[in-house]
Design a protein around this ligand. Structure first.
Ligand SMILES: *Cc1c(COP(=O)(O)O)cnc(C)c1O
Length: 385
């Protein structure tokens, strides 16, 4: 690994995480037990989600949401062209067709409700939204589209754990957390996410029957778990559908519980750091900062700037690298990936432009103001060259 002076992201782990892991090791019960059950309950109560189902990763969460909603061959799923590739891959995995919609604008790189409308036809069964960088999508407009066309709404909330709509009253989403608005919400606890357990994920849903189907799919379609049988709650099981093994384990659940306690305060720290970036970058001519028009309490997962043009982007990325500052691109435009080339004819000019000009800058809860200034100084220099 290169020795970054400022990494893109950093874990907030301490003795509480260590103690949680030791507690599980001493219990000698390693998968799907009391820690997972408690983590699910605590996640539900923190996010005011009806049901939470812990799974092995965020991609599994998306796969299970699509499967449990009955989406499959012949169906199409409208989703953003700017996203991590998991949603599109899982759409293909269930046999459905991803249909890519353009983003609203370069500084609001979330799926555009007006673009969704143009892409709906008789095959459309669902819409996937992704709350980019922890900034929320225009959910009231998208909910309306889903109601009008009787479509399922899946939230890829992997960036947005703990992000909430505030001050958009009167609205159907006021006071709600990302991932609890649509038919199902999908979260990832990968190492670089706001709530990190290494690998891990969660599906949330207000629909009890959907939750039951997701639980069955998570563990081979079986009606009971090894944990239930260990406790003597049941001695046998039936298999009610063809399922998978997407189970979560006790060590990660214990880590997740500690991370959940820190979540909102760490999101608040991210917000302050993001404001430092705003102050530093606001004077830079031709640059834009990804924010959102929607009033909300964001989770500030990513700090993303849009450079004036592609050449400036390349120069800035190179200069950051030379200063041992890590940067990234979230994300290349999905329909331009080789595996999705048959979808490439789609009309997503803003997404393509975004991929050429966006830069993700370091952002993590323990980042200092001096570090933010260092990053911005390099950007500002590269911009003038
Ligand atoms: C991380 C991420 C995923 C996938 O989660 P994994 O846990 O890595 O499988 C999906 N969508 C988005 C937007 C993500 O950021």
């Amino acid at each position: 690994m290169p020795d970054w002076q400022i990494p893109l992201t950093d874990l907030d782990y301490g003795t509480d995480e260590t103690e949680a892991v030791v507690r599980v090791l001493q219990s000698k019960w390693l998968s799907m037990g009391p820690e997972v059950e408690t983590f699910e309950q605590e996640f539900s109560s923190q996010l005011k989600a009806g049901n939470s189902i812990a799974v092995s990763n965020g991609t599994a969460a998306l796969h299970l949401a699509l499967l449990a909603l009955g989406i499959g061959p012949g169906d199409s799923v409208v989703q953003p062209a700017i996203n991590f590739v998991a949603s599109a891959n899982m759409t293909v995995a269930v046999g459905a067709k991803p249909v890519f919609a353009d983003i609203t604008s370069l500084d609001e790189p979330m799926i555009d409700p007006e673009e969704i409308k143009k892409l709906i036809n008789s095959d459309t069964r669902a819409i996937i939204v992704m709350h980019y960088g922890g900034y929320l999508c225009q959910m009231p407009a998208i909910q309306k589209i889903c109601e009008d066309h009787r479509l399922f709404l899946i939230e890829d909330a992997c960036h947005a754990v703990g992000a909430m709509y505030l001050g958009v009253f009167p609205s159907s989403v006021e006071g709600k957390y990302a991932g609890t608005i649509g038919s199902a919400g999908c979260f990832s606890f990968f190492s670089n996410k706001n709530l990190a357990t290494g690998e891990g994920g969660m599906v949330t849903t207000g629909d009890v029957e959907l939750a039951v189907r997701i639980r069955h799919f998570r563990s081979h379609g079986m009606t009971t778990l090894t944990w239930d049988r260990h406790r003597g709650h049941s001695s046998s099981y039936d298999v009610v559908q063809h399922g998978y093994n997407y189970r979560f384990d006790e060590i990660r659940a214990a880590l997740g519980r500690v991370q959940l306690q820190k979540l909102l305060s760490n999101n608040q720290k991210r917000k302050i750091i993001s404001e430092w970036y705003d102050q530093q970058l606001s004077g830079m001519k031709g640059w834009q900062i990804v924010k959102t028009r929607n009033n909300l309490d964001a989770s500030h997962h990513l700090e993303v700037v849009i450079s004036p043009d592609e050449a400036t982007r390349n120069r800035a990325v190179q200069a950051l690298r030379e200063a041992r500052i890590q940067s990234s691109l979230h994300y290349p435009c999905i329909p331009d990936f080789k595996a999705f080339l048959k979808e490439a004819a789609c009309n997503v000019p803003r997404s393509r432009e975004f991929s050429k000009r966006a830069i993700t800058l370091p952002l993590f809860p323990t980042m200092s103001q001096t570090q933010v200034e260092q990053v911005c100084r390099i950007l500002s220099h590269a911009s003038k060259e």
